[in-house]
Ligand binder design. Structure first.
Ligand code: NAD
Ligand SMILES: O=C(O)C(=O)C[C@@H](O)[C@H](O)[C@H](O)COP(=O)(O)O
Ligand code: ZN
Length: 376
């Protein structure tokens, strides 16, 4: 009898189970897309595949697998942030109507976070909610956007202002898909990874600070560990506070995942959404660390560690293209704000996020001046 060769653990997929009222699995590995039909099950007759035109070639194996099992409608949407509009969502609804899409049918998204946000929102809103499985194709979508059920689109007033919580029925993170991802987009994804390190997992920071950033490629075991650890951070927070109603014992609950995002979203809006989200998150985390330092919450060394950790992986840590007043006005539409009061997630130390409500305007302005390079 021949003994089958043992499979090195690194090539076996990892499965992170997300508990709660609608449990699902996040599968992480190389070449895991063949699990898609298993996740969708036999119930759907029709599947709508939401993807940008630019990724159609990359999606060919997924499309072929779906076509072998279901009637497939392709919902081809604009690339990137341009997909996150009411007009694109409405066009998707019309196509689902024409295809006779029922509640037992399902949506599959294939793309970066913009595609999973839009496709997730279409799935959340069509017939008040149909099953969705995400196949994220960027690092950022694998570690963050595809997991946890936040979906949404932008409006003229700001980022992600319309949306719904709609948990996926499964998430397939096929690391092989990252082989074609431009380096600058992979680096942007590291913005959310480093954020996870600061709010909950110091080992992520150690890995980022001791690994040659150029070695973080699609086949790198360290990148895989970073993905697994970041997804674990997200899942643990989301399971404890799915709908962002608040944490306990001083922990901000799901709002912790919004670390750096108050300023990040304001910058993205000021940039007309031409700056990558992960880049804005890096700048936003540096800003809020400086705010926390000025408010007497965070020590100098940890605030400075923010600048070095994000810069080390190639992310921006300075921004001066919009003035303080413009960014302050944009921050007022942040979902964490209550009435006229701005609320920020700040750190008291690595792994200990808390909410800072109504900070001094002088502290906000001082942190802006450091962020914009006016002050050291
Ligand atoms: N819902 C959430 O919890 C959540 C979390 C974080 C971010 N987001 C959202 O995610 C969006 C950012 O996502 P993103 O950084 O993935 O950007 P993105 O979706 O705009 O994708 C970036 C670019 O990469 C291209 N691309 C994607 N996969 C590729 C591949 N494998 N090979 C080659 N090119 C590829 C895309 O076509 C696009 O041009 C933002 O809208 C942000 O608000 C949502
Ligand atoms: O999942 C969450 O919760 C997050 O805050 C994760 C963020 O990285 C993400 O960018 C999210 O879309 C921001 O949410 P929003 O509620 O500020 O729109
Ligand atoms: Zn984000």
């Amino acid at each position: 009898m021949s003994v089958p060769p043992s499979v090195p653990p690194s090539v076996l997929p990892s499965v992170l189970h997300v508990g709660g009222a609608s449990p699902y699995d996040v599968v992480i590995g190389h070449g895991v897309a063949d699990r898609l039909v298993g996740l969708l099950g036999e119930q759907p007759r029709r599947v709508a595949l939401v993807l940008p035109e630019t990724l159609r070639e990359l999606a060919a194996p997924v499309l072929a697998a779906l076509q072998g099992a279901y009637e497939v409608t392709e919902l081809v949407v604009p690339d990137g942030e341009a997909a996150k509009t009411a007009a694109v969502a409405a066009a998707c609804w019309e196509q689902l109507g024409e295809a006779g899409f029922t509640r037992s049918d399902a949506v599959v998204t294939f793309g970066g976070g913009a595609t999973t946000d839009l496709g997730g929102f279409v799935a959340a809103s069509w017939l008040r909610g149909v099953r969705v499985v995400h196949v994220p194709t960027t690092l950022l979508a694998m570690v963050d956007a595809a997991v946890g059920g936040k979906t949404g689109i932008n409006t003229a007033a700001g980022k992600n202002l319309v949306g719904a919580f709609h948990e996926p029925a499964g998430v397939l993170c096929d690391l092989s898909l990252l082989e074609t991802l431009p380096r600058v987009d992979l680096v942007a994804g590291l913005g959310e990874v480093v954020k996870c390190g600061f709010i909950a997992d110091p080992r992520i920071l150690e890995l980022v600070e001791t690994t040659d950033p150029q070695a973080l490629t699609a086949d790198s075991p360290v990148l895989r560990e970073l993905v697994e650890r970041s997804v674990r951070v997200k899942v643990d927070v989301v399971v404890a506070d799915l709908r962002e109603t608040g944490g306990s014992d001083g922990h901000p609950g799901r709002e912790a995942l919004n670390y750096g995002h108050t300023m990040a979203h304001a910058i993205e809006r000021a940039e007309g959404y031409r700056m990558r989200h992960g880049e804005a998150v890096a700048i936003g985390c540096v800003f809020v660390a400086e705010l926390a330092r000025r408010a007497g919450r965070l020590d100098d060394a940890t605030a400075s560690r923010h600048r070095t950790a994000f810069a080390r992986v190639g992310l921006p840590v300075r921004y001066d293209a919009a003035d303080f007043e413009t960014l302050l006005a944009a921050m007022r539409v942040d979902k964490k704000a209550r009435g006229d009061q701005l609320r920020f997630v700040v750190l008291e130390q690595v792994g200990r996020p808390v909410v800072l409500a109504g900070p001094d305007e002088a502290h906000l302005r001082g942190a802006y001046e450091v962020m914009s390079g006016v002050r050291a």
